[in-house]
Design a protein around this ligand. Structure first.
Ligand code: NAD
Ligand code: DAU
Length: 350
């Protein structure tokens, strides 16, 4: 029996993790705490909302009194912390909310976990979900390892780096049982269409320009979201307290090559002449401080935990495109909301 608080469980990765835990572990009580920002959507987890071992709490991780009452009322013994502001471009145009949510929010959760567990730290765990962006930008060679020095370069990655440091500070200072994982770029169903893959699928469907930043030569290491959820599950159950685990897909793509593959697959599925949507590609002003390359070495996770990615990229991408084509209502709903304002502001001067 565990009482698990998952923060950010209405977002992209959180919703896949909540579904996995609710279905796989009927003996665990899962409490999903989410503020339902523009990126949080309860539609993402509609299929499990009536399950007996699942409860949703709408709330803000920066509110100390709320977090205290969530811990007390539900005897929380495990935290899986995903709630965050997660989009690099938004962090460039509006950085302070990233500091509030990602830094103060993480500190608030850590502090309440410490207060609640101080008399008995046994069988407790604070699991922090972080990103490979904390390590900065790689050149054309090399990988991020668990002990790579931190070198964050955007407001988003700096706020996530700060949160990682706080988590480790609570471990060293207060002996709070923690684990941190740093993961590469996720893709898959339910991702908000401001990130590259869902934005471009939506724009191909609607014959809208595909805004490629700079020359499209930046490299990302892509992982299917359910593989990330499985990695978190495996680490929670087999990982060592105090450790850090890198999670990645060994799947590096330049943006422009990825976009060509995405166009090929989407054109095929839409019954268009394959490659015809290439005419939508528009090279726009580069992202400020755009990190050139991320690439994770996930050997520790393979050797210590036995985790490996399960999907080839083309297969995962194909499943992802199918999901967006089958869920046009979901897509239209999120695109027509507050996201539209952001979208217009974001691309107005590009
Ligand atoms: P997302 O933006 O899709 O979801 C974030 C969720 O957090 C949303 O449901 C939102 O409502 C919630 N939230 C935001 N502020 C909150 C607050 N103050 N209180 C409570 N809830 C709040 O993000 P995602 O892509 O699913 O990322 C989840 C986590 O994984 C983040 O911590 C992110 O840094 C990390 N991560 C993401 C990726 C990726 O490629 N998406 C890769 C590695 C790590
Ligand atoms: O590496 C993990 C990180 O991956 C996560 O921590 C972040 O939460 C997640 O958003 C993601 O960050 P990126 O900045 O890499 O993802 P994004 O989808 O925004 O961009 C991917 C690449 O595509 C990047 O090089 C910028 C480029 N891009 C993005 C958009 C939105 C474009 O060329 N055009 C676009 O319109």
């Amino acid at each position: 029996m565990k009482n698990i608080l998952i923060t950010g469980g209405a977002g992209f990765i959180g919703s896949h993790l909540v579904r996995r835990f609710v279905n796989k572990y009927p003996q665990y009580n899962i409490y999903n705490l989410d503020i339902l920002s523009y990126a949080g959507n309860l539609e993402n987890i509609k299929d499990i909302e009536d399950k007996e071992n699942y409860s949703f709490i709408k709330g803000d991780i920066t509110e100390l009194d709320l977090i205290r009452s969530v811990f007390q009322e539900n005897q929380i013994d495990t935290v899986v912390h995903l709630a965050a502001e997660s989009h690099v471009d938004r962090s460039i145009s509006d950085p302070l909310i990233f500091i509030k949510t990602n830094v103060l929010g993480t500190a608030t959760l850590l502090q309440v976990a410490k207060e609640s567990w101080k008399d008995d730290m046994n069988d407790k765990l604070f699991y922090h979900v972080s990103t490979d962006e904390v390590f900065g930008s790689l050149g054309h060679e090399g990988y991020f390892y668990e002990d790579t020095n931190y070198d964050p370069r955007s407001p988003y990655s700096s706020s996530k780096a700060s949160s990682d440091h706080l988590v480790r500070a609570w471990y060293h200072t207060y002996k709070l049982p923690i684990i941190v994982s740093n993961c590469s770029n996720n893709y898959g169903p339910n991702q908000f269409p401001e990130k590259l893959i869902p934005l471009f699928i939506n724009n191909i469907i609607n014959n809208k320009p595909l805004p490629v930043y700079g020359k499209g030569i930046n490299v990302r290491d892509w992982l299917y979201v359910e593989d990330h959820a499985r990695a978190i599950d495996d680490i929670i159950h087999k990982g060592k307290v105090g450790e850090t685990y890198n999670i990645g897909g060994h799947n590096e793509w330049t943006n422009i090559d990825l976009i060509h593959l995405l166009i090929k697959l989407t054109d095929q599925k839409l019954g268009r002449e394959v490659g015809s949507s290439k005419s939508l590609i528009t090279f726009v002003t580069d992202r400020a401080g755009h990190d050139l390359r991320y690439a994770i070495d996930a050997t520790k996770l393979k050797n210590d935990i036995g985790w490996m990615p399960s999907l080839q990229f083309e297969e995962g991408l194909s499943k992802t495109i199918d999901w967006y084509l089958d869920n046009t209502e979901w897509l239209e709903n999120v695109v027509s909301g507050r996201y539209r304002e952001f979208y217009e502001k974001q691309y107005a001067n590009r």
